[in-house]
Write a protein that binds this ligand. Structure first.
Ligand SMILES: Cc1cc2nc3c(=O)[nH]c(=O)nc-3n(C[C@H](O)[C@H](O)[C@H](O)COP(=O)(O)O)c2cc1C
Length: 252
């Protein structure tokens, strides 16, 4: 069974490719995470968990969910991460979580995709040409990953250096605590109050008031609201106005 969370479509695209190649089912975790639905998952084939990378780790709301989710059937799990180019400790921490769940880790793989993190100027925007190139390369990569899983091979992991192990966990905690305010999100006059932003928010951070979205804390900065707004009516501070609101559907 392939399980995934995706805010702007990259991970969903990869998860569906892998599920198709493995002739396996594909489960979107978004509604389960949103509704705190911890109904057990059952699969005789190995579990493949696909997730984006947030600040060098698996998104906290995804790992917190996986930690509590009962897995039945196969004891084998592997992970596939999509990132903008640097996955940091995501795989290593996921493997630790797997061992704690008394399951067998079959490794992890990382695919570079277009970056959806447009609310910070710290990450450079991915140009349309580069988006196409990365998606094409990741498509090939997903095929290779599926073939390895099919043949029972452990996914080959990148070696994580000592400095990464020392620097990433405190940096991630700092970033999550202080660098993800939700107060700077706002809807422009293009907003028609359809409420899609509220529905796609995995952490139930967005409420609708007088047909306008209101961002509350805690926000995961996942980009689901900005990426999925049908009218591109959501902006962040003075950072996103001239940036493309990335969603993979614009490229595939
Ligand atoms: C809050 C946040 C943090 C991110 N941090 C990283 C990062 O540390 N390294 C990186 O390469 N990409 C990072 N990204 C980019 C995403 O991992 C990447 O675009 C991913 O493919 C998005 O997947 P999705 O379209 O399935 O949501 C970040 C994106 C977000 C929203």
């Amino acid at each position: 069974m392939v399980l995934y969370y995706s805010a702007s479509g990259n991970t969903e695209y990869i998860a569906k490719l892998i599920a198709k190649a493995l002739d396996d089912e594909c489960l979107d975790l978004q509604p389960r995470i949103k509704n705190k639905d911890y109904t057990k998952v059952y699969s005789e084939k190995p579990f493949v968990i696909c997730a984006p990378v947030y600040v060098c780790e698996m998104p906290r709301f995804v790992s917190d969910y996986i930690k509590r989710l009962p897995f039945r059937g196969s004891r084998k799990v592997c992970y596939v991460f999509t990132s903008g180019g640097y996955a940091g400790m995501a795989g290593l921490l996921a493997e630790t979580m797997t061992r704690r769940k008394n399951m067998i880790s079959m490794g992890y793989a990382e695919l570079t995709m277009p970056s959806n993190h447009i609310v910070s100027n710290a990450y450079p925007e991915t140009s349309p040409e580069e988006c196409r190139r990365r998606i094409a390369e990741a498509t090939v990569g997903a095929g290779k990953i599926a073939s390895a899983i099919k043949h029972g091979r452990r996914l080959k992991a990148r070696h994580v250096m000592l400095w990464e192990r020392l620097v990433i966990p405190p940096s991630n905690s700092f970033w999550v605590k202080f660098m993800m305010p939700s107060k700077d999100f706002y809807a422009t006059e293009k907003c028609i109050g359809c409420g899609k932003c509220s529905r796609v928010c995995p952490v139930n951070n967005i409420t609708m008031s007088d047909k306008r979205p209101v961002w509350n804390a805690p926000c995961a900065h996942c980009m689901a609201c900005i990426s999925n707004c049908p009218l591109e009516a959501i902006e962040y501070a003075d950072i996103t106005q001239h940036k493309e609101k990335y969603h993979i559907r614009k490229y595939i």
